[in-house]
Design a protein around this ligand. Structure first.
Ligand SMILES: *Cc1c(COP(=O)(O)O)cnc(C)c1O
Ligand SMILES: [Zn+2]
Length: 416
């Protein structure tokens, strides 16, 4: 890879050749892929993007794959960025865009990392990939691997919602539901991967995954015609997503395509917020209970705290924690004001943005992007909790009138 210099440990600085099956540094630190930006500047120009396919691989010169690597077949990336005028007004910011990453092929932002994992596994000549996940990394790996003809072993905590399990089974993965926390699940997968030598798609172990996730940042900026928003809000679990987002933004700055960087808004669940707490207390992170219904970010022992904390600090970012109730309120708010359906962790970024606006921590002239990271169909039970049950009536117009009257619904007044 002419454009990649090496993989460097974020802890001790040791450099490694960027071989396809990289994992952590010998010191236990996480690796970061280092690029030759001067070279990239000489071979990639904004105009080159015009006639490329609309998927994450359109930024290939900024991605750590060989020029001749066979890319996985599912169409990942280029999710819509909607301008949300009504919601912007309601929250009190000048402009707001919703990036709906729940519209990826397996319905979450994790597809960006999993497509990268499949590409790198292909380079490594691997036929089996494994991962442990709170759910979405698993379902996206299973889907992207199935499309590429690779087999998967997947470890999920037993609390994973049915929608995600249904996807896994449908994609033909070998699924191990671990009776324990995400921490327990991760540990069992680590032992199994070591025992059987599978290609490792565990986030924060495999340094290429963040490079896939960074394409969400590249896309947001291209979709905004390289006009930099003041803030980007996103939910945080292990920390790989926010770290990836930040890496993408910094890449664009490094090649001179943007002239400043947005501030990140890191949103965690109040019941599980070890990364935000470390930032707020300016202290090392400590494990927390996994006490939230937003299963995708219920990560008590984060796998990528170093990169995530660096991203929040480096962007002069804001942190905010939201309760489960605030998450469910945001889910309904996005649905009713934008027609965007997110899973609880998917809408947590928006819940945090709303809270910061209410606290007066976001200036009224600000421009903001909120990333919805996963689709609401992943977790239907909580969606119904957020939005309630339908009006149930017998097939009788009289009874319908009565039901409307009971609920204060006045159909005539709203028509015409
Ligand atoms: C994984 C995930 C996140 C958080 O990403 P991390 O890398 O764990 O911080 C947020 N939302 C959804 C829907 C996810 O699946
Ligand atoms: Zn190291």
């Amino acid at each position: 890879m002419r454009h990649v210099i090496c993989a460097r440990c974020v802890k001790c600085g040791r450099a490694y050749d960027a071989v396809p099956d990289l994992t952590n540094c010998a010191c236990g630190g996480i690796l970061d892929i280092i690029y030759d930006y001067d070279y990239i500047k000489s071979v990639l120009h904004k105009e080159d993007l015009a006639d490329r396919p609309y998927d994450m691989w359109r930024y290939r010169e900024l991605l750590p794959v060989e020029p001749d690597t066979l890319l996985p077949p599912l169409r990942v990336g280029w999710s819509p960025l909607y301008e949300a005028e009504r919601l912007a007004k309601q929250l009190g910011v000048r402009k707001l865009w919703i990036k709906d990453d729940g519209l990826n092929p397996t319905a979450s932002l994790k597809d960006r990392a999993s497509a990268m994992a499949v590409a790198k596994a292909t380079e490594a000549g691997a036929e089996v990939i494994a991962c442990s996940s709170t759910g979405n990394a698993a379902s996206s790996l299973a889907g992207n691997a199935a499309a590429a003809g690779l087999r998967t072993y997947i470890f999920v905590p037993s609390r994973a919602p049915k929608g995600k399990l249904a996807q896994l089974m449908s994609f033909g993965a070998t699924v191990i539901s671990v009776q324990g926390s995400y921490e327990d699940t991760f540990e069992l997968s680590r032992q199994a991967i070591a025992r059987w030598g599978w290609y490792n798609r565990n986030a924060a172990i495999n340094p290429y995954l963040s490079e896939g996730k960074k394409t969400v940042g590249l896309e947001i900026l291209e979709q905004l015609h390289w006009e930099v928003p003041d803030y980007i809000a996103i939910s945080v679990g292990d920390g790989c997503t926010i770290a990836g987002l930040w890496k993408g933004l910094k890449d664009l700055y490094a090649i001179g395509w943007i002239d400043r960087l947005p501030r990140l808004i890191a949103v965690q669940a109040a019941g599980c917020c070890p990364i935000n707490r470390a930032v707020e207390e300016n202290a090392p992170w400590r494990p927390m209970e996994e006490n939230t219904l937003a299963d995708s970010i219920a990560v008590g022992v984060p796998r990528n705290p170093d990169k995530a904390i660096a991203a929040i600090r480096g962007s002069r970012g804001l942190t905010v924690e939201v309760t489960d109730e605030e998450i469910l309120t945001a889910q309904k708010l996005l649905g009713t004001s934008c027609g965007v359906f997110g899973e609880p962790a998917g809408v947590t970024g928006t819940a945090g943005l709303k809270k910061l606006c209410q606290q007066g921590r976001i200036p009224a002239e600000a421009t903001v992007v909120s990333v919805v990271t996963g689709n609401g169909l992943k977790d239907v039970a909580n969606a119904i909790r957020a939005s309630g049950e339908p009006i149930s009536v017998p097939a009788d117009l009289g009874q319908l009138l009565e039901a409307f009257a009971q609920r204060g619904i006045a159909p005539e007044a709203q028509s015409g």
